[in-house]
Design a protein around this ligand. Structure first.
Ligand SMILES: Cc1cc2nc3c(=O)[nH]c(=O)nc-3n(C[C@H](O)[C@H](O)[C@H](O)COP(=O)(O)OP(=O)(O)OC[C@H]3O[C@@H](n4cnc5c(N)ncnc54)[C@H](O)[C@@H]3O)c2cc1C
Length: 396
């Protein structure tokens, strides 16, 4: 197998080592699981124990909670490596470690952190994030219909969430609900909900075209009682938790697109060197050689920009998220990287010809996986809108 090295820019020695080790772990431990996860639409029971055993849980958590004490940049590098070899495992890990765990770490009080983060770091608690609803996707805040009404020292949740990664397997969900119906965006609160709570149910596990090994569900809350002590951040302060979390989520996921495109290129280069037609390897046809060249250039450019924005976001203050340059560049980086990756997956299938159209081929899985990152974490259109507002100087 051809191994391409990142020669267009330099990571420092520690970052390079983290990326190399994560690639080795992903290639040796996660890649062998990928085809079965895709076929069965199941996340294997041993996945979280595997992450825990190899030190891939709680990447950004302080060591006092059992975490690795690393930063967002390093978490992004690991995301790139996992995305490259098993995108489903990457998404399930990412929803747990970044979308849910990192959000709790950045926004919750000490009591909540003490109760949930050690379990998230040792894999005994699996996390999910519940924002999207059947009627509230891109307009997740404005159209939110899930309510949380105070009753004593509890809140009673009613409503539903959909497309929730890890929904079928989660022990906790960082869930957003309206606590002040009259206050619009300013009336939303984030809660940690334990899924064993009466009134919580997985309404249905959803079947998908890609990322099939990462379980996705519609969740319902029917008079589901959550302690007021489980509020994350301020009461009615959920908008800040959402907005800062979305920037982090976007720039955290962008390297996965880079890793997936790298894999498309590696597989395509190998195939083009070995597949013969008209008595010569198909790489000898300039039409194929140019596709590979364009894929390589796309990976280099996306990687350089993604790393730059990842470093910018990793070094940013919490108050810089959700607006300004951090908001615009995190949206732009994932916009660019995911478009590049989708095009790379398309060309990878094309280079493989009929073989690429076969379900069991790795490029086929990458092609089906590719589309999601242009939809989840805010669609390409929403990302362009963020950049457009930034350019016009009208961003909130
Ligand atoms: C596999 C998967 C996993 C997911 N995981 C999670 C998760 O863990 N947690 C979670 O909370 N959510 C999750 N999501 C939800 C995801 O974030 C939403 O699907 C996404 O935000 C888009 O919302 P929507 O699907 O309702 O599309 P819609 O908002 O209905 O959009 C439909 C189309 O209209 C366009 N559009 C909408 N508004 C505008 C606008 N203002 N300007 C221009 N175009 C617009 C969109 O770009 C899109 O093309 C997941 C989704 C999928 C598919």
């Amino acid at each position: 197998m051809t191994t391409l090295t990142p020669d267009a820019f330099e990571l420092n020695d520690v970052q390079q080592q983290i990326l190399d080790e994560a690639e080795r772990f992903s290639r040796e431990q996660l890649l062998p699981l990928a085809a079965d996860m895709d076929n069965t639409e199941e996340c294997p029971d041993n996945l979280f124990p595997l992450f825990a055993k190899h030190g891939y849980l709680g990447i950004t958590m302080p060591e006092k909670y059992g975490g690795q004490g690393l930063g967002l940049f390093e978490q992004g590098l690991i995301c790139q490596a996992m995305g490259k070899y098993n995108a489903s495992a990457m998404l399930t890990w990412g929803a747990h470690d970044n979308l849910c765990g990192n959000n709790i770490l950045r926004n919750a009080n000490d009591d909540i952190k003490q109760r949930y983060l050690p379990g998230m770091c040792d894999g005994s608690i699996i996390g999910a994030l519940g924002l999207t609803e059947p009627g509230a996707g891109s307009d997740a805040l404005g159209s939110m219909a899930t309510t949380a009404v105070k009753d004593g020292d509890e809140y009673v949740l009613n409503g539903s969430k959909t497309y929730i990664t890890n929904g079928p397997i989660a022990d906790i969900v960082l869930v957003y609900a309206k606590t002040n119906l009259a206050a619009g965006h300013r009336g939303i609160t984030a809660f940690v909900l334990e899924t064993k709570t009466p009134g919580f149910a997985v309404a249905q596990k959803l079947s998908k075209m890609g990322y099939r090994g990462s379980p996705t569900a519609e969740l319902v809350f029917n008079d589901c009682r959550v302690p007021a002590a489980n509020i994350v951040g301020e009461l009615n302060g959920g908008v800040g938790v959402v907005m800062s979390g979305l920037d982090v989520e976007r720039i955290f996921l962008a390297p996965a697109a880079v890793g997936m495109a790298e894999r498309c290129l590696e597989l395509s280069l190998d195939y083009a060197l070995t597949r013969k037609q008209f008595d010569k390897p198909i790489i000898d046809f300039q039409a194929i050689e140019f596709k590979l060249a364009d894929m390589w250039v796309g990976v280099q450019i996306a990687k350089a920009y993604v790393y730059r924005v990842l470093a910018m976001c990793a070094g940013a203050e919490e108050t810089e998220a959700g607006r300004g340059a951090v908001h615009a560049h995190s949206a732009a980086a994932i916009l660019h990287a995911t478009k590049m990756m989708r095009e790379a997956a398309d060309e990878a299938v094309q280079i493989h010809g009929g073989a690429g159209y076969m379900w069991e081929m790795e490029v086929n899985r990458l092609y089906r996986d590719a589309k999601l990152l242009e939809i989840g974490a805010g669609t390409q259109e929403v990302r362009r809108g963020i950049v457009g507002k930034y350019l016009r100087g009208t961003q909130q």
